[in-house]
Design a protein around this ligand. Structure first.
Ligand code: SF4
Length: 515
């Protein structure tokens, strides 16, 4: 009999209240990575390789991870909250037997931080076992969920990904593949996903191609991964990207590719180049994300030069652009800020009197490099501005004579609804302050952003093949009135973690749709 064999989930069900999330304290001033997916078909060490694939993609989600493996008869799963290396041990991986597996690293973009929301989501239904790992966000998930619940569907999680599982189960199509196609044709938004079935693997990317999804091969087995850095760790060959709108099936007959969805104009997430993807990954046709970030820095130097003695990055994400900026201006690149790489997911809250570490938990200035110098400090993006303000103060405190802030992306003025955790529009400092007002808030001597045109010119594909809605408010997928309300497009309480001290006077903004 085919069953779902669930190995005990021995990780905490939620983070204890005395712990202060590092997301809240040290890295809240960024857009947050979404999720990572990984899948493998046809290798005796499928679970071990999936573990490596998730480990390489830890940057895309640190809230929880899971692996589901299959021997064609049973599913074996293990999930937990926390980091990949803490969740999986050798004995656990040994129990995840079978020649195919899928995995997922979660950063919550929809739903709460509980074990129920950790993927892969699994179900046993009329067509056998099914597990699903999803990267992206579905803008019509709340509406579909409401309809499914009205038909009696019982949801185990509040993740929008579970909607797809219920749609597959509710489809009237005769084959599992047709049911998957049926379900994915009904959802609107971003999905790069892998599905494990008793027969094999299905991988699919939405017709806009928001999030990356890459195809690789390793010793006769097939692999699917959000980013190619996973293939590099394993030693797998990167074959190509799964194209926007493509669905691939991996089973004992080989692999087959389908294009079952209504074609759309591509809307690749340009922010993957700015911050999300690992610099050593190759996505959206780039030779490496690193090369693109460096080109952003060189372009920024052209558009916003500064008279300065040196360029320093905000580590680590600002490093490639700072190198490009320094190269562009022909001035030295220095490390003026260090980063504590061991700032973990949680931080034990000390006594009130010594609590206000702020940005110092993560960054520190090197006084002998900065003292008396005119410094350009380069970061990849500026979201609320709260961390950047503290960094400017820290550099000033270390003795810098002038501080010129340069941002290697345009002002972020709008939230993302395609799988990125973003603050509300009200909290985005550039949504309601001019560049000069932001400069004054940061207490910098000057402030410059890369232009949208400059950024698109440095990216490898046609400039109209990217989504840049968080910089332009031009959303590639239209919102119905009901979706606007359910997504909280203008709701200051949604997605909110930390308030910007300068965000009180924002007016509602009109959202433009390009389709
Ligand atoms: Fe990426 Fe921004 Fe578009 Fe979201 S809105 S998909 S973060 S470019």
């Amino acid at each position: 009999m085919k069953t779902l064999n669930s190995i005990e989930e021995d990780m905490p069900l939620s983070f204890p209240s005395h712990c202060l999330s590092s997301r809240e304290d040290t890295s809240s001033d960024k857009f947050h990575d979404e999720c990572a997916v990984f899948g493998i078909y046809g290798h005796t060490e499928a679970a071990n390789l999936t573990y490596l694939g998730l480990y390489a993609q830890q940057h895309r989600g640190q809230e929880g991870s899971g692996i589901v493996a299959s021997d064609g008869q049973q599913f074996y799963q293990h999930k937990g909250l926390g980091l990949v290396a803490d969740i999986f041990s050798q004995p656990v991986l040994k129990r995840l037997s079978g020649t195919r597996a899928i995995g997922h690293n979660r950063y919550s973009t929809a739903g709460n931080s509980t074990i129920n929301n950790v993927q892969p989501l699994t179900v046993n239904f009329a067509f056998g076992n099914l597990a699903l790992s999803h990267n992206g966000n579905l803008i019509n998930a709340p509406m579909l969920r409401g309809e499914l619940e009205a038909y009696g569907a019982i949801f185990q999680s509040d993740s929008d990904s579970e909607v797809m599982i219920h749609l597959i189960a509710h489809s009237k199509a005769d084959t599992l593949l047709d049911r998957v196609i049926d379900a994915l044709s009904l959802v609107r938004g971003a999905f790069s996903l892998v599905i494990l079935t008793d027969e094999g693997l299905i991988a699919a990317r939405d017709p806009y191609g928001f999030r990356p999804l890459c195809l690789g091969q390793y010793k006769g087995s097939w692999m699917v991964s959000s980013e190619t850095c996973a293939f590099d760790l394993i030693g797998a060959e990167f074959l190509r990207e799964i194209e926007p709108g493509e669905l691939m099936v991996f089973n004992k007959s080989g692999i087959k590719s389908y294009y079952p969805f209504v074609a759309k104009h591509p809307a690749l997430c340009i922010f993957e180049y700015v911050y999300f993807a690992r610099p050593d990954s190759k996505i959206f046709g780039a030779n490496s994300v690193y090369a693109i970030r460096k080109a952003f820095g060189r372009q920024l130097a052209k558009e916003c030069p500064a008279n300065a003695d040196m360029v320093i990055p905000v580590p680590d994400s600002g490093v490639p652009a700072a190198l490009g900026y320094a190269e562009g201006l022909g001035i030295p690149f220095e490390i003026g800020l260090t980063r504590n790489h061991y700032v973990g997911r949680t931080f034990i809250e000390p006594e009130q009197a010594i609590r206000h570490f702020g940005v110092k938990l993560k960054h520190n200035a090197i006084t002998e490099i900065l003292e008396g110098k005119r410094v350009v400090v380069v970061d990849d993006s500026l979201v609320r501005g709260t961390t950047s303000r503290k960094i400017v103060k820290m550099i000033r405190h270390a003795g810098a004579r002038e501080i010129h802030v340069r941002i290697s992306s345009p002002p972020t003025i709008a939230p993302c609804f395609y799988g990125i955790d973003t603050p509300t529009q009200k909290e985005l400092v550039a949504s309601h302050l001019t560049i000069e007002e932001i400069r004054r808030y940061l207490t910098a001597d000057s402030l410059g952003y890369l232009s949208l045109e400059g950024m698109l010119a440095m990216a490898p594909n046609q400039s109209d093949s990217y989504c840049h809605a968080c910089f332009s408010e031009q959303y590639p997928i239209s919102f119905t009135k009901a979706e606007q309300l359910q997504l909280g497009l203008f709701d200051s309480t949604q997605h909110s973690h930390v308030s910007s001290p300068v965000a009180d006077s924002v007016a509602e903004k009109k959202i433009t749709v390009i389709e």
